[in-house]
Ligand binder design. Structure first.
Ligand SMILES: Nc1nc2c(ncn2[C@@H]2O[C@H](COP(=O)(O)OP(=O)(O)OP(=O)(O)O)[C@@H](O)[C@H]2O)c(=O)[nH]1
Ligand SMILES: [Mg+2]
Length: 227
């Protein structure tokens, strides 16, 4: 009974997420779902990417259990940001995204970053309309995270490793981390990024542009095939 209910929740969510994604795709909006532990550097990363993806239009949906601290910080930098407070839920879901999109004015051809709730468990289980997920892991969390939270890594198209500047101080074992990542997400590229200085973010911005362009080309080919 419980399993049935869980399946129904996923199916309903996934159907709506598909609808959201199709709507965004039709407008050329590329959507990235950003996963990571509390404090891993998700908001910092989005800020560094916004600097690099300019002059393209970019909007952010911030997910938090409580507070609009991140949204206010992004807005103070001139970034178009909207807050979802889940009031306790540990992940964003498709109905939450649909509701907030109704209040946003996204530009055609823009970027949409969704910062999910800070944890490596529930957000990995849900699609919310994104084109891809990326997972942010910081050296300060320890080197064993891909082994302990495999789904967050295996469902992400890329892994961003932040706080490399603290690696020595916290005893981060990069070889162990990389081996764990390779075992659960062998095809995911890893981008070391310093969320404070932005070092390394150029390569990630380039990879995202390429991912967007590849998706646009695939969509155009599919449309052509249908015509
Ligand atoms: N030393 C160092 N600090 C960083 C780096 N990236 C982010 N930080 C700091 O880590 C702290 C948390 O960063 P945020 O970007 O707020 O992390 P978050 O994942 O958005 O956090 P939540 O939204 O609370 O889950 C801040 O004090 C950042 O300045 C980094 O690469 N190196
Ligand atoms: Mg944040």
């Amino acid at each position: 009974m419980r399993v049935e209910l869980k399946r129904a929740v996923y199916e309903e969510n996934d159907a709506l997420a598909g609808e959201i994604n199709r709507g965004l795709r039709e407008r050329g909006i590329f959507t990235v779902n950003v996963l990571g532990s509390p404090g891993a550097g998700k908001t910092s990363l989005i800020t560094r990417l916004a600097e690099r993806l300019a002059p393209d239009a970019l909007s952010v949906i911030e997910g938090d259990v409580a507070s609009d601290i991140d949204t206010r910080a992004l807005r103070a930098l001139g970034i178009d940001a909207f807050q979802i407070e889940t009031g306790g839920d540990c992940h964003l879901n498709a109905p939450m995204i649909k509701a907030i999109l109704g209040r946003m004015r996204l530009s055609d051809g823009s970027w949409l970053f969704i910062e999910n709730i800070g944890n490596l468990i529930c957000p990995a289980e849900f699609v919310i309309g994104e084109d891809l997920k990326i997972v942010v892991a910081s050296a300060a969390e320890g080197s064993d995270k891909p082994y302990k939270y495999p789904t967050a890594f295996s469902r992400s198209a890329a892994c961003v490793l932040t706080k490399g500047d603290l690696a020595q101080a916290v005893g981060f074992d990069e070889g162990f981390f990389m081996a764990g990542l390779a075992s659960v997400a062998p095809n995911a590229p890893v981008f070391p990024v310093n969320g404070r200085t932005g070092a390394g973010a150029d390569a990630l911005a380039l990879w995202l542009r390429e991912a967007r362009d590849a998706l646009t080309a695939r969509s155009a080919a599919a449309d052509h095939g249908r015509a």
